[in-house]
Design a protein around this ligand. Structure first.
Ligand SMILES: [Fe+2]
Ligand SMILES: [Fe+2]
Length: 198
């Protein structure tokens, strides 16, 4: 791409980001909107650190929770229309959010997949998938001590940060006798193998 098209592309993406922000501000609570902005900023910074397209990461971060505050009727409509099988009320917004990102904002498949995987992870995670999942956990204004440590680790080693987050999640779920998603367990094993931690 020559310089002219690079600049035009940047202007279009910036314009899109502003339109999306206006749209989100109208359709979600202020708290959720502020979280979305923080996640977008962290996703952009992580993309810069790990050499991913910063604007794509920013937009995926911005939209990751677009369906989080959907009401029961909206959720049912999406479940019926797209035959979504997920019955978990905590994670279904990721499935629906990925569809909204395509329908409403025409995001790339990679960006939609990252939104879909931001709650449980998946056995196969791209760099963008990892960036969005971690940005979601560290893109918060009230980070605990644990959260701050995770944030520091995210900028040192993204895989280890992801592993740390997932193992903590596994422990918390086990302590509360709650099921852990199979893809999350698979991802923990994959990350351990890839980072030679077994
Ligand atoms: Fe979410
Ligand atoms: Fe979120």
């Amino acid at each position: 791409m020559n310089d002219f098209f690079v600049i035009i592309n940047m202007v279009i993406l910036m314009y899109n980001a502003n339109l999306i922000k206006e749209d989100l501000k109208k359709t979600m609570s202020e708290k959720r909107f502020q979280h979305s902005l923080l996640v977008a900023q962290e996703a952009k910074k992580l993309a810069k650190k790990y050499n991913y397209d910063e604007q794509e990461a920013y937009l995926a971060g911005l939209v990751h929770d677009v369906a989080k505050e959907f009401n029961e009727t909206q959720i049912k409509q999406y479940k019926d229309k797209y035959a979504i099988k997920n019955e978990n009320t905590k994670t279904i917004h990721a499935d629906i959010g990925s569809i909204v990102a395509k329908e409403r904002y025409n995001f790339t498949n990679e960006m939609c997949q990252a939104i879909k995987k931001h709650t449980t992870g998946a056995s196969e995670m791209t760099l963008l998938d990892k960036i969005i999942l971690i940005a979601d956990k560290i893109g918060r204004s009230n980070l605990t001590e644990e959260g701050l440590k995770l944030k520091k680790l995210a900028y040192e080693n993204l895989d280890l940060a992801l592993l740390k987050y997932l193992e903590n999640l596994k422990d918390k779920l086990q302590k509360n006798n709650l099921d852990i998603d199979k893809s999350t367990l698979h991802l923990i094993n994959t990350l351990k193998k890839e980072n030679k931690l077994n």
